[in-house]
Design a protein around this ligand. Structure first.
Ligand SMILES: Nc1ncnc2c1ncn2[C@@H]1O[C@H](COP(=O)(O)OP(=O)(O)OP(=O)(O)O)[C@@H](O)[C@H]1O
Ligand SMILES: [Mg+2]
Length: 281
């Protein structure tokens, strides 16, 4: 479904050219969950932002490659055409939930606006849809949350809102950039399990950006490891977790506490299998 090939992205700064992404090739198949892993500054966010044309600075330049979505090159699209892809075919859950929400509007008015952007619905019908989409992401008391402002929600609840909004138009692919980094461990697992549920129930493919191999072990089918802008290793999650080839991958895996994932992961058979393999490794 998504096919990134030989992508290179440079930033032309006052201090010179920064080669942030170098000759990167990554695919995400229908319904697949692919982890994109690497230390801070390895080029994960730049890669995922490039997919949606959201680099947000004139200093950024794609110097090579293509990004095909169902065969169409996103890099050749105008901002207007990309705008139609965003949300509709590819949903985005960004690194920081706070920046995705507007503090001066209620959750309800923001959700209703996004819903009406994608579907011709009356305000009342859009409100009902907002309630349903918050229910879908496991939010307690949706009507009350819709009346609230973002500061009245917990971090985990905010991230549920952002995920619900990203799913409004039922995109086939979700780009999730460190969706749980700012959350404590328990809430982190709840959000990861929610994404797994969405993948299972709606068939949504996910490109899961993370620095954490624990996340890969918990939920990913496949994984791409980046370091300093380049891909150093990729393959099925089982294969990379049990027999990492690159020393950098090995060091990332060995830094994850082996028994960190608790037994709620076992609700998901696939994750259970991984967890088992991971503990033995
Ligand atoms: N607007 C920019 N101008 C110049 N350099 C940039 C810009 N944005 C990113 N970079 C550089 O590109 C490289 C990759 O950054 P990126 O944000 O993709 O890292 P990351 O892997 O997402 O890291 P993190 O885990 O910290 O989010 C870094 O060296 C960064 O300094
Ligand atoms: Mg990042």
């Amino acid at each position: 479904m998504l096919e990134i090939s030989n992508l290179s992205v440079d930033f032309h700064t006052d201090g010179g050219v920064v080669h942030a992404v170098k000759d990167v090739s990554i695919t995400v198949g229908e319904g697949e969950i692919r982890g994109l892993v690497g230390e801070s500054g390895s080029g994960k966010s730049v890669t995922s932002m490039t997919i949606l044309g959201l680099l947000g600075t004139r200093r950024a330049r794609v110097s090579s490659g293509e990004i095909l979505l169902n065969g169409t090159n996103l890099l050749e699209m105008s901002q207007k055409e990309l705008g139609r892809i965003r949300g509709r075919q590819i949903g985005l859950v960004s690194q920081n939930a706070l920046s995705a929400l507007d503090p001066s509007f209620t959750i309800g008015s923001q959700m209703i606006e996004v819903i009406r952007l994608h579907q011709k619905l009356s305000r009342a019908a859009a409100y009902e849809e907002a309630v349903r989409s918050l229910e879908r992401v496991g939010m307690p008391d949706p009507p009350q949350k819709l009346r609230a402002y973002q500061h009245q929600l917990s971090g985990g609840q905010r991230q549920r809102v952002v995920i619900a909004m990203a799913l409004v138009a039922r995109p086939a692919l979700l780009l999730a950039d460190e969706p749980t980094t700012a959350l404590d461990a328990t809430v982190q697992k709840q959000i990861l399990d929610l994404l797994l549920e969405i993948n299972r129930d709606l068939g949504t493919a996910i490109l899961m950006v993370t620095h954490d191999f624990g996340v890969v072990s918990h939920m990913c089918d496949s994984v791409t490891v980046m370091r300093k802008g380049s891909v150093v290793e990729q393959g099925s999650a089982d294969q990379v977790l049990t027999a990492p080839e690159h020393p950098y991958t090995r060091s990332l895996i060995s830094s994850v506490p082996k028994l960190r994932l608790d037994d709620t992961a076992r609700a998901v058979p696939r994750a259970e299998r991984r967890l088992h393999v991971f503990q033995e490794a």
